[in-house]
Design a protein around this ligand. Structure first.
Ligand code: ADP
Length: 532
């Protein structure tokens, strides 16, 4: 049979163990430990002090003394881990010098007006580090009993474990907070899935990409949230999992990630281009415990790629046509078996000249567009008579088209403006050229001017095919061409309006368009009379 105090000690330790596993907070567990230890040792006053961040001991649990008197124990807590002073003493215990403590205790006892007679103290050690100390004070002095320290040791061990757990818990939750902050502030979308594909974490950036709030999707299956409209490259997660992903290639090598790219259907039904990298986390036994998905919005990247391929197809198409014509006519003229009359030669040379001009214009436009991208539009300011420029353009274009009637409508006192003559002529030419190109049935093209005290406006109206509402917002973009039968037949690079807008912007003006499909369009630009 166990002696009575052993039974009590066991019961206390059991109770403490239960309290620790029921996740009571650290202070409550320390108080319980202290109460049990004091009761076992017949102590009336007790204290557990822990080492704080600043390496000082501070009381965390007390019995038999109220908070107001706690400061009186300060001398006991000073120099507690000053090893130099206790190594020479015989009664030092676990690094504590009982004689010195006894002296200090007497001072405390006097100040408290309690007859404390004996102190039993033990350090709390975790992995050889002193994290605190437990004191039990008795109001009587018993014979020095080796059992006392043995009993206290069992409670000190419990307290050390409780402190260790609390610290572990603290560092885990600090780690979790750090992880949450990284997730929340990441510019890329990040999600964490459990082993069965349910979403555990879904950061704000991903919410924005997919267009739904993280709280809506947490707990849902990945495949119900990440829905591909079409996949451009790689394998979707479900297909990859079905084919045995992830596979560990070597024992210590991390398992392969997978990458999938394409258009996702967002929560509001629209689509967005994304690339997702999935990385698996495996448990110790090699089972899939989590999948981490990092999602990047690649809309701009895709747009740039599309633009590059449009550029290549536009340029090659636009270059091919005039080059083919020039080569054809030159080859025909050069035939030695034919005697061409003067008119044929003149006509052929005219075509060659026109096509060479077209090539020059195309190359100039391309150069202007790339220069514009690199360094912005630069203009040389001078006095410009837009009415006279318009008249000259009309003369030039009218001879090229018998089916269109080009009419000028400028008031007689139309003012001259400050601007870049060459660039403004390009804008006018481009608008008139477009008016002709996109009015294949012919008709009247009106170039009119208006002005007020500060600005002039020039408008070019045509009775042509018009532009639909959706296309209107794109026609000023680089390389944008309306994709219809007429555009495919007519030459163009989709650069004219892009450059026109850049020129007008550089003049601090505005350019706009009114259009009705099937009825015609009016392009209108306004620039200030004098430049700031
Ligand atoms: P392009 O070289 O194709 O003419 P622009 O930048 O000048 O390039 O024009 C862009 C697109 O806007 C054209 O492809 C055409 O579809 C449309 N567009 C421009 N002007 C007109 C117009 N007057 N009437 C109808 N559509 C037009």
């Amino acid at each position: 049979m166990l002696p009575d105090f052993r039974v009590r000690q066991r019961d206390y330790l059991l109770e403490i163990a239960r309290a620790m596993t029921s996740q009571l907070n650290l202070d409550a567990v320390l108080r319980l430990i202290l109460q049990s230890a004091a009761s076992m040792l017949g102590g009336e006053v007790g204290l557990i002090a822990l080492v704080d961040d600043d390496s000082k001991f501070r009381a965390r649990a007390t019995i038999g003394v109220d908070a107001a008197h706690l400061h009186l124990f300060a001398p006991l807590l000073d120099n507690l881990d000053d090893k130099s002073n206790h190594d020479q003493h015989n009664h030092n215990h676990g690094g504590l010098d009982f004689e010195a403590l006894d002296l200090k205790m007497r001072v405390v006892a006097r100040a408290l007006d309690i007859r404390l007679r004996q102190v039993i103290a033990l350090p709390l050690i975790i992995r050889e580090e002193n994290v605190g100390v437990i004191f039990v004070f008795r109001t009587y002095r018993a014979e020095p009993n080796p059992n006392d320290t043995a009993v206290l040791q069992s409670f000190a061990d419990q307290a050390a474990v409780a402190v260790f757990n609390a610290r572990l818990y603290q560092s885990v939750s600090a780690e979790q907070m750090r992880l949450a902050a990284i997730l929340d502030h990441s510019g890329d979308g990040i999600m964490i899935l459990d082993g069965s594909g349910h979403i555990q974490r879904f950061n704000k950036a991903l919410g924005r990409i997919v267009g739904c709030s993280p709280t809506e999707v947490i707990g849902n299956l990945h495949d119900d949230v990440i829905m591909w409209d079409h996949i451009e490259m790689g394998t979707a997660l479900d297909a990859a999992l079905a084919s045995g992903w992830p596979q560990q290639t070597a024992v210590d090598a991390p398992p392969d990630t997978i990458y999938v790219e394409g258009d996702l259907t967002r929560c509001d039904g629209t689509t967005i281009s994304v690339g997702i990298t999935y990385a698996p986390l495996l448990s110790g036994s090699g089972k899939l415990s989590n999948v981490i998905g990092s999602v990047r919005d690649i809309t701009n990247f895709r747009k740039a790629q599309e633009m590059k391929s449009t550029f290549i197809s536009v340029v090659s198409h636009e270059l091919k046509t005039p080059v083919a014509l020039i080569k054809g006519y030159a080859g025909t003229l050069r035939r030695e078996d034919a005697n061409w009359d003067k008119a044929t030669i003149r006509n052929s040379l005219k075509v060659i000249e026109e096509e060479a001009d077209r090539l020059t214009e195309l190359i100039e436009n391309l150069l202007a567009a790339s220069k514009l991208q690199a360094e912005g539009m630069r203009i040389n300011i001078g006095d410009v008579r837009l009415d006279l420029l318009a008249a000259r353009s009309v003369e030039r274009f009218q001879v090229q088209t018998p089916i269109h009637q080009l009419n000028l409508d400028f008031p007689p006192n139309f003012p001259s403006v400050q601007g870049d003559q060459t660039r403004l002529r390009q804008v006018l030419d481009n608008l008139i050229n477009n008016a002709i190109k996109y009015s294949p049935a012919g008709g009247e093209i009106r170039i009119s001017g208006a002005f007020d005290d500060h600005s002039v406006t020039v408008a070019v109206s045509d009775p042509g095919v018009g532009i639909s509402e959706e296309q209107l917002e794109h026609i000023f973009e680089r390389f944008y061409r309306v994709d219809d039968a007429l555009s495919r037949k007519t030459q163009g690079t989709g650069l004219g309006l892009y450059l026109a807008r850049a020129v007008i912007d550089a003049h601090h003006g505005t350019i706009e368009v009114d259009s009705q499909v099937g009825k015609g369009s009016t392009f209108r630009f306004t620039i200030p009379i004098s430049q700031p």
